[in-house]
Design a protein around this ligand. Structure first.
Ligand code: GCU
Length: 830
C-alpha cells in the first residue's frame, strides 16, 4: 500500500522515479551556486535542486558556492547572466532573455547550466529542470524560456483576524487575532509553491482592508513575511483602506488632495519601506461595495491613485495597483438603462492620461464578477497609456468553491485569446496584458488564490491544479491546457498513464459541465448572491436587488439587453468590430446570448433549440456528466495513496449529488416561471422518486423550503419541535429489482443530525449530516440550495411491497431534514 500523503507539497512531491527510469538518468555529483547568501534565489535554487535530486533520483549531491564558469560534466551550475559573465564565460545564448527568464543547458558531456536573466530566473530554471526530471522527460540541449509578462502575482483576501474572504480552506497562514502570526512556516512553503510556477509577487491582505495592518507591530510582521518570501523571489505588497488617515492616523479627513493626508501617506510609506525595502506597492479597492475612496471626498479616481503613487515614487519601483472594480451596488433595476457592466468604463472614462507612471489598473476578467462565463471586460480596450493587470480567481468563489471540480484554464483562455480589435488592429487580450500591444513595461496578471492552513492548501487536492495552471498560464498563456493538466497530474499523483488520462478527461470536461448545470448562455452563475454565499442554486437571487447581476427573467423572456439600440449600451463600450458582433443577436455567440440580449424563452438558438429547451437539456447533460466523475476516479484506486484517493472520491460523489440539486432547482424555477414544458418530459416528472412528504410520518412534519425550487415538490420534512427522533415510512410500489437508493436531504449548520435507512427491518445504510466538517464551501444555516445534498447506497435488492423507513435524529437546529428518496434502477440517474 502506498504511504498516505497530505497534499502539503502539492506538485512538488519529487516522487522517486521508478528504478528502471532512474537508472537511465544522468548522475549528478555537485551543484554549484554562484551565490552563497541564504536570501538569494540562486542559493535557494541550488538547495532545491539538492533536495529534489535526493528524492527523485535518490542521489546525494554536494552543494558548493563558488563563482565557477566551467565545471565538471556531472555538475549543475546555477547563476545569472551577470554571475556567469563575471567568470569570463561568453554566454551569448542568453541574449534574448527577458526579466525573470532563464536558459537551461543540458549538453551531453558538459555541466548542466541554469542561467537566469536575474536571480528569480535562475530559480525558475531550477524548478523547470526538476519538473522535467520528475516526469522523466528528456532534457533539452538548450531551452530559453521567458515569461509573457513581468507581473505574475497572487492576491490573498486574508483578514487580520485570521479569516479569509472567499477562502475555502481554513484560516489564514498569515494572520490571526489582529496580528501577523508568529509561526510563518506555511508562508515559506507557500512561497516555494508560488516560485515553482514562476509567480513573483503576493498581496498579503484582503482588498477590503483593515487599517490596523499599518500599526507598528504589524509592519514588523510584514517585514518577517517579506524576509521569508524573498529567497523564493516572491515580493510582497499590501492592500490599503482608503480611510486609514482618518481611522488610524486620527486626521479629520482622508481627502487625497489634503496636504496633511498626503504627508501622512508619505510618512507611513517611508516607514513601510524601512521594514520592507523591496515592497511591491499598494493594491487599492476604493468606492466599491461600500468602501471609501476619492469619490467620497469629491475627487477623481486618478486623484486617489496618484496620491499613493507619489508617496511610493521615492522608494524604488513601487506601484499602485488601482482596482477597476468600482461600481454602485444600489442600482435601480426598474431602469432598463442601468447596467453594472458599464461601470468600469464609465468610472475610468477620460482618466487614461491622468495617472502617474507607477499606476496600474487591475481589471477583473469580465465586467461583472468572476462568473462562469463572461465576455472580457470592455475596459481592457480603453486604456492605452495606463498599464493593466488582469484579475483572475483561483479560489472558486462562484464556481463550486472547491467542492465541485472546475479546471479553470479553458475559461481563462476564452479571455486570453479574445481579439478586442482595438483601433481596428488585432489585439488579443493576452497581448494587451503582456504589455506588447501598447508597449507597457510593467503589466500582467493577478489571481485571487486564498490558500488557507488546511494541508491541501485550497481545501481540495484537485483544486490545486488551478494554482499550478495559473502560474504556467501567466508564464505562457498559449500553453496547451491539456499539457498543463497532464503535467500537474503526473507531478501530483504519479506517472501511470491512467492517472494523467483519467484526470485529463475529468478536468477537460469540468468547466463546460459546471456551466451546463449552473448558468447557460451567458446568464451568469445562478447561485445565491443575496446571502453572499455565492454557492448553491438560487436563480431568483440575481434580480430584485441593487447588485446589478440581473437576469431580467419574467414569464416570457430572459436576459440583459445590453445593446446600444434598445438596451444599456454596454455592447457599444467595445471597439467597433466587437461592438457590432455583440449588438446583433445573429452574430452574438450562443454562449453569450443572454449576456447581451433579452429574448423570449422560445427564441431559437443557432443550434436550433429554444432557449428554454437548451436550459433543460444542458442541465440534464451537465448533471449526467458529473455522475461519471466518481466512476472515472475509481480507475485511480490503488495507483495513488488511499488518503488522497478517498478525499477526492468523497468530493466527486458529493459533486455528483449537488449537480442534481442544481439541475432540478434551475429547471424547476424556469419551468414555474414560463410554464413551457420540457420536450423530453423530464422536468417535474421523476418516475423513481418518493417524496418524503408523501411518506407516513411519526415525529416528522412537512415543511416548506425556501427557495421552493430547492426541494422536490417545494416541500421537505423535518422533525417536529422537541422531538428527538422522527420516522418516515413507505411501501415500495416499484417492481422488484436491484436499485441504487439515493436520499436527498439537507445538511446545514447548527447541528449534525444522524440518519438510518431500513429495508423492512434491516439496516441498509446510515449517515451523518456533518458536511460542514468535510467540505470547504460556505454553508448556510437552513434548508436551501446550498445545503441540499444526496447520499446513495448502491445495489440494494428491493421487492415490491417492501417497507422502507428512514429514522432521523435531529441535532441542534438541524432537524434531520429530508427531501425525497429515489430508487434508481441500474443506469438511471434521477
Ligand atoms: C466579489 C466578492 C467580494 C469581494 C469583491 C471584490 O464581490 O464576493 O467578497 O470583496 O468581489 O473583488 O472586491
Amino acid at each position: 500500500m502506498l504511504p498516505p500523503e497530505t497534499g502539503l507539497d502539492g506538485w512538488l512531491r519529487y516522487a522517486a522515479l521508478p528504478d528502471e527510469c532512474a537508472g537511465l538518468r544522468t548522475r549528478y555529483s555537485t551543484i554549484i551556486s554562484h551565490m552563497d547568501s541564504q536570501s538569494s534565489p540562486i542559493f535557494t535554487a541550488a538547495r532545491e535542486l539538492q533536495f529534489g535530486l535526493s528524492k527523485i533520483l535518490s542521489q546525494n549531491v554536494s552543494l558548493e558556492t563558488k563563482l565557477l564558469g566551467t565545471a565538471a560534466s556531472s555538475s549543475i551550475v546555477v547563476g545569472t547572466i551577470k554571475t556567469f559573465s563575471s567568470t569570463g564565460r561568453d554566454i551569448h545564448e542568453t541574449l534574448s532573455l527577458k526579466e525573470d527568464g532563464y536558459c537551461l543547458v543540458c549538453k551531453d558531456g558538459k555541466a548542466t547550466e541554469i542561467i537566469g536573466q536575474n536571480e528569480r530566473g535562475a530559480l525558475y530554471g531550477a524548478f523547470e529542470l526538476l519538473r522535467l526530471l520528475s516526469q522523466n522527460h528528456p532534457l533539452p540541449e538548450m531551452r530559453i524560456s521567458n515569461p509573457s509578462a513581468p507581473i505574475r502575482w497572487v492576491n490573498q483576501w486574508d483578514n487580520l483576524d485570521g479569516s479569509i474572504e472567499r477562502g475555502y480552506a481554513g484560516p489564514s497562514i498569515f494572520f490571526a487575532d489582529g496580528y501577523v502570526l508568529d509561526d510563518l512556516t506555511r508562508v515559506q512553503q507557500y512561497a516555494r509553491l508560488l516560485a515553482s510556477v514562476g509567480l513573483n509577487g503576493l498581496i498579503v491582505n484582503n482588498v477590503n482592508s483593515n487599517y490596523n495592518l499599518l500599526k507598528p507591530i504589524n509592519m514588523q510582521g510584514l517585514a518577517r513575511i517579506a524576509d521569508i518570501m524573498r529567497p523564493w523571489g516572491v515580493r510582497i505588497g499590501i492592500s490599503l483602506n482608503f480611510d486609514t488617515p482618518k481611522g488610524l492616523g486620527g486626521l479629520q479627513t482622508s481627502d487625497p488632495l489634503d496636504p496633511d493626508v498626503i504627508s501622512w501617506w508619505e510618512d507611513i510609506t517611508s516607514e513601510l519601506y524601512r521594514h520592507v525595502s523591496d515592497m511591491l506597492g499598494y493594491l487599492i479597492k476604493a468606492n466599491s461595495e461600500g468602501q471609501p475612496g476619492p469619490l467620497t471626498y469629491g475627487r477623481t479616481l486618478a486623484d486617489g491613485a496618484n496620491m499613493f503613487a507619489r508617496a511610493l515614487q521615492p522608494h524604488g519601483d513601487g506601484v499602485v495597483v488601482y482596482r477597476a472594480f468600482v461600481y454602485n451596488h444600489h442600482l435601480d433595476e426598474s431602469d432598463w438603462k442601468n447596467d453594472r457592466a458599464n461601470a468600469a468604463v464609465e468610472y475610468f472614462d477620460g482618466l487614461d492620461t491622468q495617472f502617474e507612471d507607477n499606476v496600474i489598473i487591475q481589471i477583473k476578467y469580465g465586467p461583472i464578477d468572476f462568473q462562469i462565463r463572461e465576455p472580457p471586460s470592455p475596459l481592457l480596450a480603453h486604456l492605452r497609456k495606463t498599464p493593466i493587470i488582469l484579475e483572475l480567481q483561483v479560489t472558486q468563489e462562484y464556481l463550486g468553491q472547491q467542492d465541485h471540480v472546475v479546471y479553470l484554464p479553458p475559461l481563462w483562455k476564452t479571455i486570453f485569446d479574445f481579439d478586442l480589435h482595438i483601433d481596428g488592429q488585432q489585439s488579443l487580450v493576452r497581448d494587451v496584458v503582456s504589455g506588447q500591444r501598447f508597449n507597457w513595461s510593467k503589466s500582467g496578471y493577478a489571481a485571487v488564490v486564498n490558500v488557507g492552513n488546511d494541508l491541501t492548501w485550497l481545501g481540495s487536492h484537485l483544486a490545486m491544479a488551478n494554482l499550478y495552471a495559473y502560474g504556467l498560464c501567466t508564464w505562457d498563456p498559449q500553453q496547451s491546457e491539456v499539457d498543463i493538466i497532464q503535467g500537474w497530474a503526473q507531478l501530483t499523483f504519479g506517472l501511470y498513464k491512467t492517472i494523467a488520462n483519467t484526470i485529463t478527461n475529468i478536468f477537460m470536461t469540468s468547466w463546460p459541465t459546471y456551466e451546463d448545470y449552473s448558468g447557460n448562455l451567458g446568464i451568469q452563475t445562478l447561485c445565491d448572491i443575496v446571502t453572499h454565499c455565492h454557492y448553491g442554486p438560487c436563480p431568483a437571487a440575481q434580480d430584485g436587488n441593487g447588485w446589478g447581476q440581473w437576469t431580467r427573467a419574467d414569464a416570457h423572456s430572459i436576459g440583459m439587453d445590453r445593446t446600444v439600440a434598445t438596451g444599456t449600451g454596454n455592447a457599444g463600450q467595445y471597439p467597433q468590430v466587437v461592438a457590432e458582433r455583440f449588438e446583433c443577436i445573429d452574430t452574438t455567440p450562443d454562449e453569450l446570448l443572454l449576456w447581451f440580449h433579452h429574448v423570449p424563452y422560445t427564441h431559437r438558438l443557432k443550434s436550433g433549440k429554444t432557449v428554454i429547451q437548451h436550459f433543460y437539456d444542458a442541465h440534464y447533460s451537465g448533471a449526467c456528466v458529473a455522475q461519471t466523475f466518481p466512476q472515472q476516479w475509481e480507475a485511480l484506486r490503488g495507483l495513488i495513496d488511499d488518503d488522497r484517493f478517498d478525499h477526492v472520491a468523497f468530493r466527486l460523489r458529493y459533486q455528483a449529488g449537488h449537480a442534481l440539486v442544481w439541475r432540478d432547482s434551475i429547471n424547476n424555477f424556469y419551468y414555474a416561471k414560463c410554464g413551457i414544458k420540457d420536450e423530453h418530459h423530464r422536468v417535474g416528472n421523476h418516475a423513481w422518486r418518493i417524496e418524503a412528504e408523501d411518506m407516513t410520518l411519526e415525529g416528522y412534519e412537512v415543511v416548506p423550503v425556501t427557495p421552493f425550487e430547492a426541494a422536490s415538490g417545494g416541500k421537505a420534512i423535518a422533525t417536529m419541535p422537541g422531538a428527538d427522533i422522527g420516522t418516515a415510512q413507505c411501501t415500495v410500489a416499484f417492481p422488484s429489482g436491484i436499485y441504487d437508493i439515493a436520499i436527498n436531504y439537507y445538511d446545514h449548520l447548527g447541528g449534525r443530525s444522524q440518519y438510518q435507512i431500513f429495508l423492512n427491518d434491516i439496516l441498509i445504510g446510515a449517515w451523518k449530516g456533518d458536511l460542514e466538517d468535510k467540505l470547504s464551501h460556505d454553508f448556510s444555516d437552513r434548508m436551501d440550495g446550498h445545503s441540499a445534498t444526496r447520499v446513495t447506497f448502491n445495489k440494494v435488492d428491493v421487492k415490491k411491497g417492501d417497507s422502507l423507513t428512514i429514522v432521523g435524529r435531529p441535532d441542534g437546529s438541524e432537524l434531520a431534514p429530508i427531501d425525497y428518496i429515489s430508487l434508481l434502477p441500474q443506469g438511471i440517474v434521477d
